[in-house]
Unconditional design. Structure first.
Length: 236
């Protein structure tokens, strides 16, 4: 847990917001600079929203064997950055839930899982799937299940703390259902070696990641506004 003044919490949360914005920009640039190729069409030019996975951006070489240095660097930088942001945010977030036993325990479980999720992001960046497939997949599954624990635990913590707006708990709950559905898709969904299976899985991953980053961005904003309100209350 980060124990700092309210002003420093505000500065840290501002930094987390900037980190998420940079993460999005790095990902967009990585897509623009991706040379091309999918698992089904190695000669395809450029990045395909519907047929490329996010992890394709971090490949050392594309499906056609072409070097992918710039896209890989941006993708890895984005993941390392968001991993650090998640670790810092969840170390800070737990400090807002220290009254009842239920909110304390739930927030600590959620923050432990959030820190693990941040470490998994860094692990994914360090293990390109075309070089270290098994390790890469382990980090992906750790990230997915860690986020599921985060969303459930912090939903309970927020609903247990009356001053904290319940809206943010319901945002977590809604996304937890999406995440659980995608985990099921990864385990039992269509074969990605087929055209339809590839499109379903790749598109589903995009929807999940974009909505997940939006969910976490909303939570950071929620903590930021709650911190400001709490700070004003103390000043009054």
């Amino acid at each position: 847990m980060i124990t700092v003044s309210s002003k420093w919490k505000e500065r840290i949360l501002r930094g987390c917001i900037v980190g998420f914005v940079l993460y999005a920009l790095f990902n967009i640039l990585a897509m623009v600079l991706y040379p091309g190729g999918t698992s089904i069409d190695s000669d395809r030019v450029g990045y395909s929203f519907f047929e490329n996975f996010f992890s394709d951006l971090g490949m050392a070489r594309t499906y056609s064997g072409e070097p992918n240095a710039l896209s890989q660097l941006l993708f890895a930088s984005a993941l390392v950055l968001v991993g650090i942001v998640l670790i810092i945010f969840f170390l800070l977030m737990v400090s807002y839930f220290n009254e009842s036993k239920l909110e304390k325990n739930s927030s600590r479980i959620g923050s432990t899982a959030g820190i693990l999720a941040g470490m998994a992001c860094i692990g994914i960046a360090a293990a390109p799937w075309d070089l270290y497939l098994n390790i890469h997949l382990i980090f992906v599954f750790v990230l997915s299940f860690a986020f599921l624990v985060v969303f459930i635990s912090y939903s309970i913590a927020i609903l247990s703390k009356k001053p904290y707006p319940n809206l943010y708990a319901w945002v977590f709950v809604a996304y937890a259902f999406f995440l659980a559905a995608y985990i099921g898709l990864m385990m039992m969904g269509p074969d990605i070696e087929t055209n339809s299976g590839l499109r379903i899985n790749a598109t589903g991953q995009k929807i999940l990641i974009y909505s997940g980053m939006l969910c976490l961005f909303v939570q950071i904003l929620g903590a930021f506004f709650y911190n400001k309100r709490d700070d004003l209350g103390q000043a009054a």
